[in-house]
Ligand binder design. Sequence first.
Ligand code: ADQ
Length: 476
Amino acid sequence: MSDSTASSFVVVANRLPVDRITTPGSDGDTWRRSPGGLVTALHPVLQAEAGTWIGWAGGEGPAPSPFTLDGMRLSPVPLDADELRNYYEGFSNATLWPLYHDAVEQPAFHRHWWKSYEQVNARFAERAAAEAAPNALVWVQDYQLQLVPAMLRRLRPDLRIGFFLHIPFPPTELFMQLPRRLDILRGLLGADVVGFQSPGAAQNFLRLTRQLLGLKPRAHIVEAEDGRPVRAESYPISIDTASVEQIAASDVVANRAKELRAELGDPKTIILGVDRLDYTKGIEQRLKAFRELLSNGELSVPDTVMVQVATPSRERIEHYRALRRTVEREVGRINGDFGRVGIPAVHYLHQSYSREELAALYLIADVMTVTPLRDGMNLVAKEYVASRLNNDGALVLSEFAGAAADLKQAFQVNPHDLDALKSVLVAAVRSPLDEQRRRMRAMRRYLRGHDVKHWARGFLTALGAPETATAYDSDN
Ligand code: ADQ
């Protein structure tokens, strides 16, 4: 890669923020920006700085050449079939993912997964070293790439390196179980700033540097083994509040919401869940609570119906297949026991939707249930709140989602406690309108001041890049 393309701002993430569009009959693929929150947050800086995003473009084998889209340079990294199985599905999603989420499923570990994780992390680090201009700022994202900061620092000591973890960082007792725990810790310490979703996660990390490496963290700073100060702090991620509000306010969405409500038989109460089909999201517990409430008569069909969107996810991993079987069996059982002809108790949708369709669902949801057993943040909870333009509706939110620290006025619950979950659900269903409005107004106000650009600006400022953070000044 020649110097002419070198960027002063580089994002490194497992995935590129694009979807490939293949048109039959035309030669070559075209690309479309994918709707993720991360790209919304980083786009202003990438555009202002002629920045580069490094990541996997999807697909197995050789990667396409770097290209430009919406003012961002995209630099695809190849992954072959073995790497997808070992680095991605294996070490990232069957070791780290469950371990970092309180080991709600048993983490698995294989040495060849680790080898692949190391090898792929080295590839991302080498690409970043080649793309970054002298003294550039490189922002590495998430648990798949925890070795990149240290690897990149070895190759390019001139860079400012930031790392942000989107998922929880576990308590020391759990992290200690991880084979190769020292490599991961040292990998992260290669960054100048390590960002987390919550203060507790940052504390867990700092405590580990003392316990495993004998370092002496003070406040938010720890001096790494090479004498560099590393800042570890929480920067809770958020949504593009203005754009969520704008979509929710559109006629298309309002009309679709009316249509959906009618299609559901115009029930008095619609309870909604929207989650990736993941064992951390507490979908089984939620369904069980709903079944018991139907069974004891506290809720009844057709007055109340539940809509559960379960977005297909990681379908080649056995834990995920098993979860799908369990959830679908439970939905079948509830509908068998409590549904009527034409009126199921649970509408279960194992599909992906456009932002507009999701917004219409948020608009018809009288009660939104976000009940993960553990979640870094949970953007669905924030999207629901931002969509409630009339300030009505009730959010039932797990204490174990990072979002609970931001959305304090939600109906908060411990989802492990089935009785508590049932009574909070009932309280939310029966909550008077003025109470709903009081809670919702406060949460909406919070999200206006704390959107995803606020998040990016905060992190970049800590990374010592105030000039980069000014990319946000014009639109806020
Ligand atoms: P996720 O575990 O994927 O993210 P979440 O934060 O809820 O969880 O984000 C999901 C996103 O996907 C939301 O923006 C939602 O609108 C969208 N989505 C969900 N179902 C969909 C469907 N059926 N069709 C289309 N879109 C759908 C990880 C961490 C979280 C953290 C985020 C961001 O696990 O804790 O909040 O990263 O840091």
